[in-house]
Write a protein that binds this ligand. Structure first.
Ligand code: BGC
Length: 408
C-alpha cells in the first residue's frame, strides 16, 4: 500500500507554468527548502502511543494520482477508539498508522492523466479502498463499502495511512470535487455520507409499499412518515438534517437535557428533540406514534434494542454505531422476533459509503447550508492546530465536531 502511494518522480501538469514537469522539480519550485518530511499525527498501537511525527512527503507515482495539501481533518468516535487502542491497524510493515478519515484538502499537483481536478480545487477523499480479491464482486464493482472479504483498506483506520498529515496523494477516482462555497463546512461531508447511504437503502426498502402518502400525490413515503434518530452527535445531527430534508417528521432522542446547544440545534432544523433524561423510550414512542424509521447513531446497544421494541408496523431500523464490547445486555428476543415478523419490519446495518453517497452529501450539504446556515456552522464547535491532538483524541475537548486545521 505504501509503495503505491509513495515513490519516485513522475510527470505532472503544472498550472502556473502551463507545462508538464517532473513532480520533484515542482517541489523545488514550490518549496525552496525541498522538504522531504511533513508533520503527521500517528498512533503506535504496540507502544500505546500517539505522537506528532515526521513522515516522508508523499509523491505522485502514477498518471492518475493527485496530491493534496490538507486543510482540515475532523475527529470522530472511530479516531478516539483507535486512540484507546481498541480498533485500527497500521499499514503492513509500519509501526504506526497516520490517523484521520474525515478530510478536506486542496489540490496542489495532478498526474498527466487526471482530467476532473486541477490545482486549487477543493477535494474530499473517500475512506475505503478495495480488497483486491478477484472474487469480491463488491470491490470489483467499486463498492468496497460492501466488501465481502473484510480485507479492504480504510485510510486512517485500517492498514492505510490517513489524512492527519500536511500532504496526501491518492487516486483521482477516490477524490470528490467540492465547491469553494463549502470551504468552511466540507469536513462534514464524510460523516454525512453515512446518512446518505442509509437513506438510499431506506428508500429502496420503502419501495415494497406500493402506495404514496394520503392526500399528497407524487411524494415518497418520507413525506408522511416519522423517523427517530438515536443520538445527537455529528452523525445523528447530520442524519436528522438528511431525514428532515427528505420530508420525514423527525425526532431526535438523546442524553442531553433541554435546553442545550444540541436541543436548540435540533429544533432549529425543524426536528423535535426528546431528552432521555426526562422521557423513557416508551414515552418517546407515545409522543411519536407510528415510528416508521429509526436511524441509530449513538452506538449504545441497550437503548438501540429497547427502541427496536417500539418500532412501528412496516418500520425500518438502521444501525450505524459501532459499540465497544462491554458485558452482555438482556434483550426481549421473543418480543423482537415476533414483532419483526408480524409487523414486516426490516433491520439493517450500514457502514462506510460509495461514490454516489459522497456526491449526494456534497449536494445536500450545499442545500443544508442555505436552509440552516447557523445550525450547520454551529456543528463545528472547535478548530485546533495539530499540536492539540492529545486532548482532542482523548475526548477531553467538549463540543460537537472538533476539527484539526493543518494549514500553517
Ligand atoms: C468511518 C467509516 C468506516 C467506519 C469503520 C467510520 O468512522 O466514517 O468510513 O468505514 O468508521 O471503520
Amino acid at each position: 500500500m505504501e509503495e503505491r502511494l509513495w515513490g519516485s518522480r513522475v510527470k505532472v501538469w503544472n498550472k502556473s507554468l502551463s507545462r508538464t514537469i517532473y513532480s520533484t522539480d515542482l517541489l523545488e519550485i514550490k518549496n525552496p527548502i525541498n522538504r522531504e518530511f511533513m508533520k503527521a499525527i500517528a498512533v503506535f498501537p504496540s507502544k500505546k502511543e500517539i505522537r506528532l511525527i515526521d513522515h516522508a512527503v508523499p509523491e505522485i507515482v502514477s498518471e492518475t494520482q493527485v496530491k493534496l495539501r490538507m486543510l482540515e481533518v475532523g475527529i470522530c468516535g472511530t479516531d478516539k477508539e483507535i486512540c484507546h487502542f481498541d480498533y485500527g491497524l497500521p499499514p503492513n510493515g509500519s509501526e504506526y498508522l497516520i490517523l484521520g478519515h474525515e478530510s478536506l484538502g486542496e489540490v496542489v499537483e495532478v498526474g498527466s492523466g487526471v482530467s476532473s481536478l486541477k490545482p486549487g480545487d477543493l477535494v474530499v477523499t473517500m475512506v475505503r479502498r478495495p480488497c483486491g480479491h478477484p472474487e469480491c464482486k463488491a470491490c470489483q464493482e467499486g463498492r468496497q463499502d460492501f466488501c465481502y472479504t473484510g480485507d479492504f483498506f480504510e485510510r486512517g483506520i485500517k492498514q492505510a495511512h490517513g489524512f492527519m498529515a500536511e500532504f496526501v496523494v491518492d487516486e483521482e477516482k477516490y477524490m470528490n470535487f467540492v465547491p469553494q462555497e463549502l470551504r468552511e463546512i466540507a469536513v462534514l461531508v464524510e460523516p454525512l455520507t453515512i446518512a446518505e447511504k442509509a437513506l438510499t437503502e431506506i428508500f429502496q426498502v420503502q419501495q415494497r409499499l406500493p402506495w404514496g402518502c394520503p392526500g399528497i400525490s407524487g411524494q415518497p413515503h418520507s413525506y408522511c412518515h416519522r423517523a427517530v434518530v438515536l443520538g445527537a452527535g455529528p452523525v445523528g445531527i447530520l442524519g436528522a438534517m438528511t431525514l428532515v430534508a427528505a420530508g420525514f417528521q423527525t425526532f431526535v432522542y438523546s442524553q442531553e437535557s433541554v435546553p442545550s446547544l444540541k436541543s436548540e440545534l435540533i429544533e432549529a432544523i425543524g426536528a423535535t428533540y426528546v431528552s432521555a433524561q426526562t422521557d423513557s423510550v416508551e414515552k418517546l414512542a407515545e409522543r411519536v406514534g407510528q415510528i416508521d424509521v429509526v436511524y441509530e447513531a449513538a452506538g449504545a446497544s441497550q437503548v438501540a434494542f429497547h427502541t427496536l421494541e417500539v418500532l412501528g408496523v412496516n418500520g425500518i431500523f438502521v444501525f450505524t454505531g459501532v459499540p465497544g464490547r462491554k458485558g452482555p445486555v438482556s434483550v426481549d428476543t421473543d418480543l423482537i422476533m415476533r414483532d419483526m415478523v408480524l409487523k414486516n419490519q426490516v433491520l439493517f446495518g450500514s457502514v462506510n459509503a460509495g461514490k454516489s453517497a459522497y456526491q449526494a452529501a456534497i449536494r445536500d450539504l450545499t442545500m443544508f447550508a442555505k436552509k440552516w446556515p447557523k445550525a450547520v456552522r454551529s456543528l463545528i464547535t472547535g478548530r485546533f492546530p495539530m499540536e492539540s491532538f492529545a486532548d482532542l483524541l482523548a475526548g477531553r475537548t467538549g463540543g460537537i465536531k472538533n476539527v484539526i486545521t493543518l494549514e500553517s
